[in-house]
Write a protein that binds this ligand. Structure first.
Ligand code: GTP
Ligand code: MG
Length: 229
């Protein structure tokens, strides 16, 4: 019997009825008030964070993307409302590991992003992306370590959701073995989680990831309403 995650029936909770840009911040005092539960998207520059957010929100071009690394230069909040009425904020983070920024700029970003990750009371999950062909690198481990440290606010532990992007760049027969290698690497093993394979071009992985991040945010998956926040 098919499980809900693999069945082809589209539930209202899988559909995004509303998606819009809420706020952008380059500095901590520009963060919008923490009203809705949030899921952030992190990873190296050019790994496909902003593209994946468009794919999740089922909106082409809502989040700015580019083939040139270093495209996202601020934290951006997007408000979503699913077909079952559940509301969630998705947060786009600037990528790390982009060498062509000035030292000053990198320092400011590290400070602002750290303040966001450790101090945001409404943050419930971070989706950590790596290129499925590349695997997790020291910067990714550092991010998880940061999240596992002492939060500067009172909140439940932030869940880390791992994603391997650009799956379409691998031949169909190479995808499963590549994901298996990723699953067996240090980060997924230490977190006790599997890596979700994703392709924005072939729309692979969207439903699985959406379900997982809704669960991480404590939103009901069943049709017809959300749990109270
Ligand atoms: P920064 O903002 O620089 O941190 O990058 P980002 O991680 O937000 O990456 P972005 O979404 O801007 O995408 C970078 C490039 O990868 C763009 O050229 C995208 O079209 C491409 N890309 C993103 N996802 C996929 C995918 O699933 N498959 C393929 N083939 N290309 C993708
Ligand atoms: Mg981006």
């Amino acid at each position: 019997m098919a499980t809900p995650a693999t069945s082809s029936k589209v539930e209202p909770s899988d559909r995004i009825d509303q998606a819009s840009f809420l706020a952008g911040a380059k500095e901590i005092d520009q963060f919008p008030p923490p009203v809705l539960l949030e899921v952030a998207f992190a990873g190296r520059s050019n790994v496909g964070k902003s593209s994946l957010m468009n794919s999740l929100m089922q909106r082409n071009g809502l989040v700015r993307t580019s083939g040139t690394p270093g495209c996202t230069r601020q934290i951006s909040w997007f408000h979503t409302k699913a077909g079952d009425g559940a509301e969630l904020c998705l947060t786009d983070l600037p990528g790390y590991g982009y060498a062509r920024r000035s030292k000053d700029e990198r320092r400011t970003w590290a400070r602002v992003i750290e303040a966001y990750l450790l101090g945001r009371p409404t943050l419930r999950a971070v989706v950590l992306l790596t290129d499925a062909r590349r695997g997790f690198e020291p910067d990714d481990h550092d991010l998880v370590e940061l999240l596992q440290g002492q939060a500067e606010t009172s909140r439940p532990p932030v869940q880390v959701i791992l994603v391997g992007t650009k799956l379409d760049k691998l031949s169909v027969s190479a995808r499963k073995p590549a994901l298996k290698i990723l699953d067996e690497s240090e980060l997924p093993r230490s977190l006790g989680t599997k890596v979700i394979g994703y392709s924005t071009i072939e729309n692979v992985g969207r439903r699985e990831l959406w379900h997982k991040l809704r669960r991480a945010a404590g939103l009901a998956e069943a049709q017809g309403g959300t749990e109270p926040r």
